[in-house]
Design a protein around this ligand. Structure first.
Ligand SMILES: CC(C)(COP(=O)(O)OP(=O)(O)OC[C@H]1O[C@@H](n2cnc3c(N)ncnc32)[C@H](O)[C@@H]1OP(=O)(O)O)[C@@H](O)C(=O)NCCC(=O)NCCS
Length: 169
């Protein structure tokens, strides 16, 4: 299987926030943003794996800033690291509106997808070769995030999470 570059999975969605997408403060509802990010990130994972993918975990989401009704939201997703059958996808989110006419970063999130066959069984994905400094940084940190996610899911013993433990030592 030929290795790929993060840019080959790059996926960008630009969309508007409408009243039906908001909470009682007229800001984007968190669940709506999670769904939009899931969709864009899953497309990035499909591009990398060239297969059907399922969301395995949402490893980190920070809702840094409210996104008011009427804002233009840009969601960019790229595969940051591929393991055997799973892929970490890094998502950056920007808003633009009357108060912030220039694109303004409001969120980051990290999702994990698994490529599966027709019976839903995990299948191998291509390796990834990071190119830019940011891609390399996200690639390196992905191993620790994977270990944390697996420990929290009860799928890895904390004593086996060597790279994760190393940051506390
Ligand atoms: C995700 C899923 C395919 C994993 O299947 P599984 O039988 O547990 O398979 P494995 O334990 O072999 O794990 C497969 C891969 O997923 C990774 N994985 C599983 N759970 C994970 C988690 N919580 N966080 C990060 N990675 C995880 C494993 O590390 C493994 O990665 P690797 O092959 O790259 O090493 C399975 O749990 C599933 O189908 N879940 C439902 C997915 C779904 O419906 N999502 C939509 C939510 S509504």
């Amino acid at each position: 299987m030929k290795a790929k570059f993060p840019d080959e999975s790059k996926t960008i969605q630009t969309d508007i926030v409408l009243p039906a997408d908001t909470n009682s403060l007229d800001n984007l509802f968190g669940g709506e943003l999670l769904a939009r990010m899931d969709k864009v990130a899953s497309i990035a994972a499909v591009k990398h794996s060239e297969n059907v993918v399922v969301t395995a975990s949402i490893n980190n989401v920070s809702f840094g800033e409210p996104v008011p009704n009427g804002s233009i939201l840009t969601i960019e997703a790229k595969v940051s690291r591929a393991f055997r059958t799973s892929m970490e996808v890094f998502i950056d989110v920007w808003k633009q509106n009357k108060t912030h006419p220039q694109k303004y970063k409001v969120n980051e999130a990290i999702y994990t997808f698994v490529a599966v066959n027709k019976r839903g069984k995990p299948i191998k994905v291509p390796e990834i070769i990071p190119q830019t400094e940011l891609e390399k940084k996200r690639y390196d940190a992905a191993l620790r995030r994977r270990q944390l996610s697996l420990v929290l899911a009860g799928k890895m013993k904390p004593k086996d999470a060597n790279e994760l433990k190393a940051i506390f030592e």
